[in-house]
Ligand binder design. Sequence first.
Ligand SMILES: NC(=O)C1=CN([C@@H]2O[C@H](COP(=O)(O)OP(=O)(O)OC[C@H]3O[C@@H](n4cnc5c(N)ncnc54)[C@H](OP(=O)(O)O)[C@@H]3O)[C@@H](O)[C@H]2O)C=CC1
Ligand SMILES: Nc1nc(=O)c2c([nH]1)NC[C@@H]1CN(c3ccc(C(=O)N[C@@H](CCC(=O)O)C(=O)O)cc3)C=[N+]21
Length: 343
Amino acid sequence: MIRSRFSGTDDLEFIPSCVYDLIFRCHPPPSRQPIPSNSVPTLAATDSGASAKVIDGKLVSKQVKDEVAEEIATMKAATGHVPGLAVILVGSRKDSQTYVRNKKKACEAVGIKSFEVNLPEDATEEEVIEHISEFNNDSSVHGILVQLPLPRHMNEETILGAVNIEKDVDGFHPLNIGRLAMQRRYPLFVPCTPKGCMELLHRYGVEIKGKRAVVIGRSNIVGMPAALLLQKANATVSIVHSNTKNPEEITRQADIVISAVGVANLVRGSWIKPGATVIDVGINPVDDAESPRGYRLVGDVCYEEVSKIASAITPVPGGVGPMTIAMLLSNTLESAKRAYNFK
Ligand SMILES: NC(=O)C1=CN([C@@H]2O[C@H](COP(=O)(O)OP(=O)(O)OC[C@H]3O[C@@H](n4cnc5c(N)ncnc54)[C@H](OP(=O)(O)O)[C@@H]3O)[C@@H](O)[C@H]2O)C=CC1
Ligand SMILES: Nc1nc(=O)c2c([nH]1)NC[C@@H]1CN(c3ccc(C(=O)N[C@@H](CCC(=O)O)C(=O)O)cc3)C=[N+]21
């Protein structure tokens, strides 16, 4: 019965208020892992003009993955169970195939069992939902990820809404997003990329409370949840998007900038307040004949300029990207711990 209520966004309108209370009852935020002794050093304020500290997503993601692997081993010893993550890929986009392959490898490395379904580009929405339902009912699966983007003939909302919210390790279900947007409420899962940005800020000791933050981009999977998380952490948040008239002036007010746009070198040095912390989510391929792939990846931020003005900056690659995967593993472990009541 519950599953049918959660099975599509249209159904949300029909949830009576008593059920709403139940769904949105306060869920405590997950406890934070202690920062290990080999943790990254806390940032010291840098003078403007000096070179920014590099926020090393590869290093932090390794720390997170080590912590996840250790907890999984302990859970396995105590319960006999390991977490399971199911990934559904529709179509044959090369970039999506690479992401899925990398997720699978990362799962194996920490002891998460991975399940994979590959469907052709012309699969129907019903077929995808059938696979989701199977995973919803499989007790060895604790996380379900539907790789985005989906083919254009599919309704993303309907498909993401079919995932059991207790297995929504991407945090994309409308109810999890809804909880993120509510005061004093917490979702069962926070979307991995924005969660990875927050984890980087936290582990590098960047203060958020009372600071001004600007998020560039407002997509459902990155910009919007990133802005909500910063606001929940008591920053004063502005959002810059494609219709914003004076993005440079607004961004220059920020102590913390998160850019998630998909335009190479959009954010120039002149956009940044001296000493700001800059998190670059963008992943943009640019032609490079010298690279074995024929292209290399750059962020949204003009690294050369901004690293001279900011106090700290994430590189691309090696910044937010590896954190996204680490947070997916962490969310999957969190889900399995809940399923087995393992603290
Ligand atoms: N590192 C990681 O783990 C991940 C990286 N990414 C990368 O992050 C980037 C963004 O991804 P995603 O959020 O999915 O992208 P979307 O295309 O869904 O959203 C882009 C956002 O940027 C805004 N925008 C577009 N052009 C401009 C502009 N000139 N100035 C200001 N805002 C602009 C859009 O505004 P509007 O709403 O008005 O259209 C939109 O809100 C991509 O490069 C993607 O590859 C994505 C996911 C994970
Ligand atoms: N349901 C769903 N969930 C997602 O989280 C999701 C998705 N769909 N669709 C696509 C985007 C993109 N994304 C990235 C993950 C890792 C890197 C990553 O590890 N990047 C490396 C570089 C990798 C390379 O070199 O190719 C880095 O930045 O260092 C990047 C991007 C997750 N996404």
